[in-house]
Design a protein around this ligand. Structure first.
Ligand SMILES: *Cc1c(COP(=O)(O)O)cnc(C)c1O
Length: 425
């Protein structure tokens, strides 16, 4: 598409947007009496108007039924999570029995590594991207130490080439091949939180399996954002949070994926709890853990129903919108428009004031653009804030901007770029 740098053109795109009405399902933060330009859904997605009703509905069930809420209402708490599985399976490209919701993301990363990081004397290394989200780095370090290995030796990090910010797929797969004798696990994020790079997860999964390693993905920035096919790619496990692109509230419940090929593997370790016990016999309360079939067998603790209610409100909206294929179509345009407008500022100023480190190739990114400011980054960011444009700032010089197809408009993107252009003047 030939984009134009005018408000009328942005409005035209909004008028043609098949998802236009979905914005009205969200509560948009206000700035000086009008909607702020919220481009921070990569960090915390906006609140659906329906979240409050869904949570209030479960408070009412608690009020009316008390403990019988587990069994008696139309939608008993005991099976409440099951209605979340089909929409989540569509979002990550899985079979419904391969996904469930539980705990929070870093906790799930640990629990899944209990099953899928089973180092031996010879095969004990974990390969990951350099600059992974800190929580993942700490989780991996502590897992490696727990098994008696030294992080410096057991963790292989893949760095960008000199002078570059993002990774080449062949550098990742070459490193996997070179280490095929010693790799126990390949653990990558789906989208790097800092650069916004969407990795070629299919190629990484294939290389990891060729090397004889397990392959797992942290999809915090990918789930609800980009197309995923975890089942077809043969990925062993994945986990994600629901509060970024899935709009399910701060600290919202996390999701997990375990490929069905592992459902009959009795060798896998797991840290068990009663909520993962075989559903039909859980309440016999007998000794000896028997896992429920599928991903639910990794559940540990009692369902947090209020968090699940917020998640249900948000997933209903994904379903109404036509899930990822519809969202991705708009997302590609929104982010490309933002990229175009930033390059316009560079062209007008005759200088690369803003360097976008996120890949230009659409297969290599989701909603987010990470922009390095050549000068005065923090001042530019503060100007955006004063104009009601909410992105986020990462030291030393990066602004992350993520237009989200469910609630952002092309006019939002235009206004954000206007504020950037003003800031450099
Ligand atoms: C946001 C994010 C997290 C956060 O983990 P929590 O356990 O929910 O605090 C972890 N990993 C990645 C890659 C993230 O982007």
């Amino acid at each position: 598409m030939n984009f134009e740098n005018t408000p009328a053109f942005a409005r035209q795109l909004d008028e043609k947007d098949p998802l236009w009405l979905f914005r009205q399902l969200f509560l948009i933060p206000q700035h000086q009496g009008k909607d702020a330009v919220y481009l921070c859904g990569n960090s915390l997605g906006l609140q659906p108007k329906s979240s409050a009703q869904h949570i209030a509905g479960q408070l009412k069930v608690w009020q009316d039924y008390a403990v019988e809420g587990w069994f008696e209402p139309e939608q008993p708490w005991l099976t409440y999570h099951q209605q979340l599985k089909a929409p989540l399976a569509r979002i990550v490209g899985a079979l419904p029995q391969e996904v469930t919701v539980m705990n929070s993301l870093t906790v799930n990363l640990h629990l899944l590594m209990v099953s899928f990081y089973q180092p031996t004397k010879k095969r004990y290394k974990i390969l990951m991207e350099a600059g992974a989200f800190p929580s993942d780095q700490y989780a991996v370090e502590s897992q490696v130490r727990y098994h008696g290995f030294a992080p410096d030796d057991a963790i292989i990090e893949i760095h960008p080439r000199a002078g570059e910010s993002t990774l080449h797929t062949e550098d990742i797969t070459d490193a996997i091949n070179r280490n095929s004798d010693v790799l126990a696990l390949v653990l990558f994020s789906g989208i790097n939180y800092y650069t916004g790079q969407f990795f070629d997860l299919k190629a990484i999964a294939h290389a990891g399996h060729q090397a004889g390693a397990y392959v797992g993905f942290d999809l915090a920035h990918a789930a609800g954002n980009v197309p995923l096919n975890l089942h077809d790619w043969g990925v062993d496990f994945a986990t994600w949070c629901s509060y970024k692109y899935m709009n399910s509230g701060p600290g919202g419940i996390s999701g997990i994926f375990v490929h069905e090929k592992h459902f009959h593997d009795a060798e896998l370790n797991r840290f068990a709890g009663w909520w993962g016990y075989h559903n039909d016999t859980r309440f016999r309360m007998t000794p000896g853990f028997k896992p429920e079939f599928g991903a639910e067998g990794w559940q540990v603790s009692t369902s947090p129903i209020l968090l699940m209610a917020a998640h249900k409100a948000a997933l209903d909206i994904f379903e109404q919108a036509g899930s990822i294929p519809a969202l991705r179509q708009k997302s590609l345009l929104l982010t490309a428009y933002l990229e175009f407008l930033i390059q316009e500022i560079n062209a007008q100023q005759g200088d690369d004031l803003f360097r976008i480190i996120t890949p230009h190739n659409q297969q290599g990114r989701g909603c987010q653009l990470s922009v390095i400011c050549k000068h005065n980054g923090k001042k530019i960011f503060d100007h955006l804030v004063s104009r009601g444009v909410i992105g986020d700032w990462r030291e030393p010089d990066v602004i992350r901007l993520s237009p989200v197809p469910l609630y952002n408009s092309f006019t939002d993107v235009f206004e954000a770029a206007q504020a950037l252009a003003e800031a450099v003047k």
